[in-house]
Design a protein around this ligand. Structure first.
Ligand code: ARG
Length: 570
């Protein structure tokens, strides 16, 4: 494992304890203070010593000077004092040997931390509501959720991906009524989910005029809850049709779930939790409804039962969490939803705590901002929403158009266009801080020039093509770092693992997209400035091919963490 910052920090802490005897400065503290200077002229790693002046009661330049005196450390070429900064320059040659060797030895495992070994993480994500449109609002939960799963798996966690389908509720009463009035078997069989959504939309339109439809819908849902065979069969069929449609999108993204236990699964698991709340005296009747008062914690009450005794969204989440703890004994349970649901999660997490479940602090809500779409007019077959499927379809179509112009003879064009089109959407989306609201501009996402998915996938293909053209090379030959672009590339490659750790700690896939851009940028500068296949000597050629191979492996590993396909040819 390459822990350069850590090694540097240990050496600095040792120096400090000698120079300023008695000062309690740990290597960990120093590691947290180390920075990557924005400009290479200021070194590769820097310690801003003013952060220490208070504890050490000394001026920053004096502290820097004390560290610099006779400073020695693996991979460090030289160190300098600049004002209050202690600046370190890494030894490209030594680092290159180490990095290239490690990437080659570890391959798909290069960059993987190991702190997840023996631990389980349950991730609840995507979770669309059956028979309602699977729209771009679900893009976030789907790709952030899956990236977090990949990141945790990479760190050694046993991961359980759960698609908590919204497969229960009054919408099924509505759908059953609508189906019997305006639908039929053939229509749904041929039209699939679109027809279901149409029926659902029509129901709402007609119910505006005729309110008795709502009563009918409630009655049908009640029958469903009571286990009416005909309604159950219809419900199951609606769920199956919807799921078949979602699977197409998941397949494009390379996503598989370990469990599809949706809301309906928890129907018989709620009463025990409601009873527990009642027995513990946590529940209060408020205007006929049962609630848990959370005023003391600065939140509105958490609703457990409606006036008619029916359960609610939080009730189900509480029962599901208990079930998941019993079933998977998780060390962490992650829920990825839009920020609009933050209060809901804060409320029921609190209720779980009040219920005395000691694992309440293992529940994590990961929120994200809204997505809007600008410029492009997307086909909106159903009402006002933009379907995820249509967004991907448009991206794929555009990429296919570009490819037909650029490279008409390319083999397997359709597949590649799909990978790049879908990748463009995913990469663009994950390039932003997840909590920020984003405005989707298709043109920008699809550009081959900007900081986009197509650009990084193209870079990956470029590395593959260099390696393919070389035939084979001598992998045992020594690494020779002879150009600054090579040194820069190995420095970037050495930082993979710390970025993975940062992404996991902050639940932020953007850390990985940014890192991918750093690697792609460094590789492309190397590619343009250093001749690889036409290198001045066989030795340098071998070394540059090894660097190319290392860059390809790191890019590929990082792609895997954010649902981006490894495109060998573009
Ligand atoms: N089905 C919900 C929705 O589309 C998301 C479910 C999130 N997960 C959860 N355990 N509440 O809004």
């Amino acid at each position: 494992m390459l822990k350069i910052k850590k090694t540097v920090a240990e050496n600095i802490a040792d120096k400090l304890s000698v120079a300023f005897g008695g000062a309690e400065i740990t290597a960990e503290m120093i590691e947290g203070m180390l920075e990557y200077p924005p400009d290479a002229k200021m070194g590769d790693i820097a310690l801003p010593c003013f952060k220490l002046s208070k504890v050490l009661r000394n001026a920053p330049p004096r502290i820097a000077a004390a560290i610099a005196e006779g400073f020695e450390c693996e991979f460090v070429e030289k160190a300098e004092v600049l004002g209050g900064y202690f600046n370190i320059y890494l030894d490209g040659q030594k680092l290159g040997e180490k990095v290239v060797g490690e990437v080659a030895a570890k391959g798909e495992k290069y960059g993987a931390p190991d702190f997840g070994a023996g631990k389980t993480v349950v991730l609840d994500y995507s979770s669309p509501n059956v028979a309602k449109p699977f729209h771009i609002g679900h893009l976030g939960t789907t790709v952030i959720g899956h990236s977090l799963k990949r990141l945790h798996e990479f760190a050694g966690y046993n991961c359980v991906g759960i698609n908590y389908l919204g497969d229960w509720g009054t919408q099924f009463g509505k759908l059953i009524v609508a189906y019997r009035m305006w639908g039929n078997k053939e229509l749904i069989e041929s039209g699939g989910i679109d027809k279901l959504v149409e029926l659902y939309v029509r129901f709402h339109e007609e119910a505006e005029k005729d309110a008795s439809l709502n009563d009918k819908a409630r009655a049908e849902f009640h029958k469903l809850e009571q286990g009416d065979a005909e309604n159950i069969a219809l419900w199951q069929w609606f769920v199956e049709i919807s799921l078949a449609e979602y699977q197409k999108t998941y397949k494009q993204l390379g996503i598989e779930f370990d469990s599809y236990k949706g809301e309906s699964f928890y129907t018989d698991k709620m009463p025990a939790q409601v009873q527990k709340l009642r027995d513990m005296g946590l529940m209060k009747i408020d205007d006929g409804a049962s609630i848990v008062d959370l005023e003391e914690y600065g939140m509105p009450p958490c609703l457990i039962l409606k006036r008619d005794g029916s359960t609610l969204y939080p009730t189900r989440d509480i029962a599901a969490a208990v079930y998941r703890k019993e079933t998977y004994d998780f060390d962490k349970a992650i829920y990825v939803t839009s920020a609009g649901q933050s209060l809901h999660f804060a409320q029921w997490f609190k209720v779980v705590e009040l219920m005395g479940y000691d694992w309440h602090d293992k529940l994590v809500h990961v929120p994200y901002g809204t997505v809007s779409i600008n410029g492009e007019k997307l086909a909106t077959r159903t009402g006002n929403v933009i379907l995820l499927r249509d967004l991907f379809a448009l991206a794929i179509e555009k990429v296919a158009g570009i490819m037909n112009e650029k490279n008409p003879g390319l083999e397997g064009k359709d597949k590649i266009a799909e990978q790049i089109g879908v990748g463009a959407v995913v990469f663009y989306y994950l390039s932003n801080n997840r909590i920020r609201d984003i405005n989707f501009v298709m043109e920008d996402a699809l550009s081959f020039e900007g900081n986009t998915g197509p650009y990084v996938q193209y870079t990956y293909a470029r590395a593959c093509s260099v390696l393919a053209k070389s035939g084979s090379y001598d992998r045992s030959a020594p690494v020779k770092i002879s150009a600054p672009e090579e040194a820069e590339l190995v420095k970037v490659l050495s930082k993979f693992e710390e970025n993975v750790i940062d992404a996991i700690d902050t639940y932020e896939p953007m850390v990985i997209t940014r890192y991918i851009l750093d690697v792609a940028g460094a590789y492309n500068r190397f590619y343009h400035n250093c001749s690889i296949l036409g290198a001045e000597s066989e030795e340098i050629k071998n070394s540059r091919l090894a660097l190319t191979e290392a860059a390809k492996t790191v890019l590929g590993n990082a792609f895997g963490l954010i649902c981006l396909a490894k495109t060998e040819k573009v």
